[in-house]
Unconditional design. Structure first.
Length: 347
């Protein structure tokens, strides 16, 4: 491996951050750097049996603990932080999910006020098989079981918001945060616009797997051992979180109602493609309309998150062959560079 700095950080319980913005840096890093971190589950590790109801063992608002924030030397507003996920692996052999009264997409909530009783709290423990790469669902009210593929991801990754805001770690927005997209997996690079000096990068909310939409509001929640490479792209802004894999570029929009989250993601993708390929915005609008995929991330959080996802092969006629682009400025192949750094770390 090269002289790439490797920082290992396992927070103690009192070192977790519960917000984006407003938290003192846990560590300072110089990029490019490798972070080897532990993240606790969204329940702070307190839901360990089927009898551990969230309302009894957790204290609101202390949910969704974040590892960080990491102060990135030299980061300033107008820059972009690139976070490449090298590996995301469950730290335990089990995970937990639950229903939460007045929370989720198929129940009344404090924002969707209905004259009906809240759903009961029910906890499901999932058994994780790292070798088989499966998550075992066991029904609470019958003997039914089924193994689903293990697809580890991070529900939450973000930086401090703009305008001196402090936002709960339960919220997704332009700074990233609790986006809950299954696209945030190993091999993917996430781009986040810097709003404050140092950026203040945090992550958490590991999911062994999650269906699109996170319908009941809770995924297969587990602690994670995660390795990521962090880099800084100077002088290139990023208006909304963007993701890049070897095959796709993606934009994440977060808002309520859901159609506005959809519009944000689609608009950002149109803008990105127009700059990337040197297209008139209307030509980019037409191309994106016919080629885009639109997976849901979450439809249960304070803001909903929608993803616009486009295959790179459709952009071969433009500048995409030279690397990812933010607002028309080539990013020197940031995803490919970070992938190479990750390969060097592994060796």
């Amino acid at each position: 491996m090269s002289d790439l700095e490797v920082i290992t950080f396992r927070p103690s319980p009192e070192e977790y951050a519960w917000t984006f913005g407003g938290a003192a840096p846990a560590r300072r890093i110089r990029t490019p750097a490798v972070l080897e971190v532990y993240t606790e589950d969204c329940f702070a590790g307190r839901v360990r049996t089927e009898q551990d109801l969230v309302s009894q063992v957790c204290e609101f608002p202390f949910l969704n603990p974040q590892t960080g924030p990491f102060y990135i030397e030299g980061a300033a507003p107008g820059d972009t932080v690139a976070v490449h996920f090298v590996s995301i692996e469950p730290a335990r052999e089990w995970a937990a999910s639950t229903t939460v009264p007045l929370f989720g997409a198929l129940t009344g909530t404090h924002l969707t006020a209905l004259l009906q009783d809240p759903l009961p709290e029910v906890v499901w423990l999932w058994q994780l098989d790292a070798a088989a790469r499966t998550c075992r669902f066991s029904a609470r009210y019958s003997s039914f079981t089924v193994d689903l593929p293990m697809e580890p991801m991070h529900g939450t990754v973000g930086v401090a918001p703009a305008n001196l805001e402090v936002r709960s770690a339960l919220v997704p927005d332009a700074f990233g945060g609790n986006m809950d997209t299954p696209e945030m997996r190993a091999g993917v690079t996430c781009y986040l616009g810097v709003n404050v000096d140092g950026a203040l990068l945090s992550l958490g909310d590991g999911h062994a797997r999650q269906g699109e939409g996170e319908t009941c509001g809770v995924a297969v929640e587990c602690a994670m051992n995660t390795v990521l490479v962090v880099d800084l792209i100077k002088g290139v802004p990023c208006p909304w979180p963007r993701l890049e894999s070897d095959t796709h570029i993606m934009s994440a929009g977060s808002a309520r109602p859901l159609e506005d989250a959809f519009r944000i993601a689609q608009h950002d993708m149109v803008t990105w493609v127009a700059g990337l390929c040197g297209l008139d915005p209307l030509d980019a609008y037409q191309l994106v309309t016919q080629a885009v995929e639109s997976p849901l991330a979450n439809v249960c959080d304070t803001n909903y998150t929608s993803i616009a996802k486009l295959a790179k092969r459709y952009l071969a006629g433009g500048a995409a062959a030279g690397g990812a682009v933010m607002d028309g400025a080539v990013m020197d192949g940031a995803h490919d560079r970070l992938r190479d750094l990750a390969a060097g770390y592994r060796s």
